[in-house]
Ligand binder design. Structure first.
Ligand code: SF4
Length: 232
């Protein structure tokens, strides 16, 4: 069955280059939940994302993300195929109403803050809830995006800064990490919950959601990730 998807062009906030946002309406990611809508942020029309990364041209959508060497996303697996399919015309025109009552995960690939903040608030207005993470909280510290998505952090120092700027954080940690008082484990890691049922990573909201979330470094590039996290 063909996956339902739609795309919208935009100009990168990071470097002014042409980009496209794609929304997909189903997925096979066991952690997320098959009905979760996901957004993807791509440099528009040059090479497949894995080639762009190899040549360090993914700044337009990933910015200066310090986690790139340990990135959770296997570009050749999802983003390359999706990018090619969309550029071959396999998508429908953008329609914000299709987000109505859906759970939306922003940034299956790329950073949602490479696009304007209004697209996040627009989606949040229609959706049941929005889940997401950004490495760009350092640059856009007082963005209203913090009411909807989490600051992705890699160290205690990072975490303190993110909190001071008013963000909730999601922190990758090393083996043997002991939670701080304000932290809980990702409920997928601890209880096997899917994001669709958990919905904890929804930003600061109205300030009532105070717990910050930690997850042990994992994935195909765990070794690289462990060498990055914890650096202050
Ligand atoms: S805490 Fe919940 S919403 Fe956040 S990543 Fe884990 S399962 Fe998903």
């Amino acid at each position: 069955m063909t996956q339902q998807k739609m795309k919208r062009d935009y100009i990168s906030k990071f470097d002014g280059k042409p980009c496209m946002m794609v929304a997909t309406f189903s997925n096979a990611n066991k952690k997320i939940g098959s009905d979760v809508v996901q957004t993807w942020y791509f440099r528009n029309g040059i090479h497949i994302p894995s080639i762009e990364r190899k040549h360090n041209r993914d700044f337009s959508v990933c910015g200066d993300c310090p986690m790139k060497p340990g990135c959770y996303v296997d570009l050749w697996r999802g983003p390359d195929g999706l990018w090619t399919s969309v550029l071959n015309g396999n998508c429908q025109p953008w329609n914000i109403k299709l987000f109505k009552d859906r759970i939306v995960r922003l940034g299956a690939f790329g950073d949602s803050l490479s696009h304007n903040v209004r697209h996040i608030t627009d989606i949040a207005k229609h959706a049941r809830c929005v889940i997401g993470y950004t490495q760009q909280w350092r640059r856009y510290r007082d963005s209203v995006a913090r009411y909807h998505i989490m600051a992705s952090v890699m160290s205690d120092d990072d975490a303190k800064k993110a909190k001071a700027y008013g963000w909730r954080y999601f922190k990758a940690v090393g083996d043997g990490y002991v939670l701080k008082r304000n932290e809980i484990w990702c409920r997928h890691y601890e209880h096997g919950l899917q994001c669709a049922d958990c919905r904890l990573c929804i930003g600061q909201q109205d300030g009532k959601l105070l717990a910050d979330v930690c997850t042990p470094a994992h994935g195909n590039r765990k070794k690289q990730l462990l060498s990055i996290i914890g650096r202050d």
